[in-house]
Design a protein. Structure first.
Lengths: 256, 300
């Protein structure tokens, strides 16, 4: 069992890489040392009116530089505050939190949708197998695709058809007649539902990363649960804690 | 410097406890906090059978606070006895088990199941605003507070703390009712019933519609209620509601609390409990105080 830390971190650099999407590199040695693909961190606001830390997925880990890369969308006042961080700024970060993706050696789909794309980048770097990377965006506000390209064959879907396949990630898979032996995915709930169904239909091992409103981030408050197919051994009911038991789950284990 | 306090015959190394529901059974925070240093860990509410809780979203942040509507999800008393109590017994902290139920008989069943276990104190949750049956229903009339306290006292071996709701007209009346019913201590405040509406989705922020408000936003209300309750009864009072740092904790102690609980602050800072303990010691040094008990209820 790896450790979790709350530590002071320093902003290395930050830039806006698409409308309202920010790329933030922070130096956080303890978190960087322990983190793996699919885990997340909690970032604290300095404004006393915002008491809860914001869960943000880890996009990349640079252990040699003791740094982590976070890519997030501004969704409210907390993330808006983060988007103004400049290099040298000290921030509080807790992590790494949750369980990441299992690293397996099978022909894989790496699927990301919208702001679910960032955690798939570290996974793409860690997986050594045959990889097909399918990224879904709303429109031509494409981000991180250039970084994914060197890690596997890449396919893009946009809802408005401005880039790649018009439609969603499943449409891109069908249009390009792709197949895989394992699926890893993160994205909005409707996308994950479709991927879970696709995995079941084609009998493919499917791992999904899901999100929910969180408070503690460490499994204590039971705020961020999802329904599980079977009785969970910890909760003793059909609920799993997304922050602690997830955010990555075998799709068939959770009701989404 | 004496930091030890006595709650209904149970001596705590220091007056800082955790607030039920914010700290699990301690294990989840053990990466950050040495549980030996906390006066007492108060567990998440436990019922006679496992409860699934409410649908999500269960959490919504509000200005300087948060709403929760977890709905007392818990694994049930059997698994709790098998797993959570042995875990907590590895540490020096006292163990307070929060008990919840839908009916008076449910509460008594849990209390009896715990009677031969290594539990120092029982805290009876008659103030949860997020469940349809039980919870707050027992905590909003003086008669029902007194009746359920009496009933529980018939079945309990450990001292009983009645946890009171702030969602009442007169808190001192409820405190007196608990005292008349034979309670050994009272704790307050539980959360204030609140609501948040998501103006973009045009719906309730919580699936349960209403939730319990906690965090720094409620502290002045909590200090006032602790003051009123402490002056209404002779029982020891455990004060809580928005305590984030030692200054907050000391306010409650000066208002009449013999011990305090740190709740939502654990989410804001995982080491909040031990930070509060250290801060109280610094305060006592600064003012040359050698006994924490001298501060209790000093402000009249």
């Amino acid at each position: 069992m790896k450790g979790k830390y709350k530590q002071n971190a320093v902003v290395i650099r930050q830039e806006e890489i698409a409308n309202d999407v920010y790329s933030l590199w922070v130096r956080a040695d303890k978190v960087a040392r322990e983190a793996s693909a699919g885990q997340f961190v909690a970032l604290y606001s300095r404004d006393g009116s915002r008491i809860l830390p914001r869960p943000i997925s880890i996009c990349e880990i640079d252990e040699t530089d003791s740094a982590i890369h976070l890519v997030y969308r501004v969704a409210g006042k907390g993330t808006s505050e983060f988007s103004k961080f400049r290099s040298g700024r000290h921030i509080e970060v807790m992590g790494p939190l949750g369980n990441g993706f299992p690293i397996k050696d099978k022909k894989a789909f790496i699927i990301g949708g919208g702001i679910g794309i960032p955690p798939m980048l570290q996974l793409a770097k860690q997986l050594k197998c045959d990889k097909q990377i399918i990224l879904g965006y709303r429109d031509n506000q494409i981000f991180l695709a250039d970084k994914f390209r060197k890690h596997g064959e890449q396919f893009i879907a946009t809802e408005d058809g401005s880039v790649g396949t018009k439609g969603n990630v499943i449409d891109a898979i069908r249009e390009n007649k792709l197949n895989a032996d394992i699926i890893y995915a993160c994205g909005p709930a409707p996308m994950l539902k479709a991927i879970k169904a696709y995995g079941e239909e084609n009998q493919i091992e499917t791992w999904i990363s899901i999100e929910e409103r969180m408070a503690c981030g460490v499994g204590a408050c039971l705020g961020c649960v999802c329904e599980s197919k079977d009785k969970d051994p910890h909760s003793n009911v059909n609920n799993k804690r997304i922050c602690k038991d997830g955010p990555v789950f075998l799709a068939q284990e959770v009701e989404i | 410097m004496n930091m030890k306090v006595n709650i209904a015959g149970v001596e705590l190394d220091n007056p800082v406890m955790t607030a039920s529901g914010t700290f699990g059974s301690g294990e989840e925070y053990s990466d950050f906090v040495d549980l030996n240093k906390i006066g007492a860990v108060v567990t998440k509410g436990v019922s006679n059978v496992p409860w699934s809780g409410n649908p999500t979203p269960r959490i919504a942040e509000t200005y300087g606070g948060m709403l929760n509507a977890i709905g007392l999800q818990n694994p049930g008393v059997d698994l709790f006895i098998e797993r959570d109590i042995p875990y907590l017994k590895k540490f020096n902290c006292k163990v307070v088990v929060n008990v919840c139920g839908k009916t008076s008989a449910d509460y008594c069943e849990v209390v009896e199941r715990l009677s031969d276990e290594a539990v120092d104190l029982l805290e009876i949750n008659i103030s949860c605003p997020n469940v349809k049956e039980g919870g707050i229903a027992f905590g909003q009339s003086a008669k029902s507070v007194e009746d359920i306290t009496k009933e529980i006292k018939k079945h309990s071996k450990q001292p009983v703390i009645m946890k009171l709701s702030p969602n009442v007209t007169d808190i001192s009346e409820m405190a007196r009712a608990a005292e008349s019913g034979g309670a050994d201590a009272i704790s307050l405040i539980n959360t204030l019933t609140g609501m948040k509406i998501d103006i973009h989705k045009k719906t309730f922020a919580l699936a349960n519609r209403t939730g319990g408000l906690s965090g720094p936003a409620i502290k002045p209300v909590a200090v006032r209620m602790v003051y009123e309750a402490a002056n209404a009864v002779k029982l020891p009072v455990i004060g809580m509601g928005g305590i984030v740092n030692a200054e907050d904790a000391i306010e409650f102690i000066l208002a009449g609390a013999s011990a305090v609980s740190v709740g939502t602050a654990n989410f804001m800072n995982p080491t909040a409990t031990v930070d509060v303990i250290e801060g109280i010691k610094e305060y006592m040094s600064k003012y040359n105080l050698d006994n924490i008990n001298d501060l209790v209820g000093m402000v009249k």
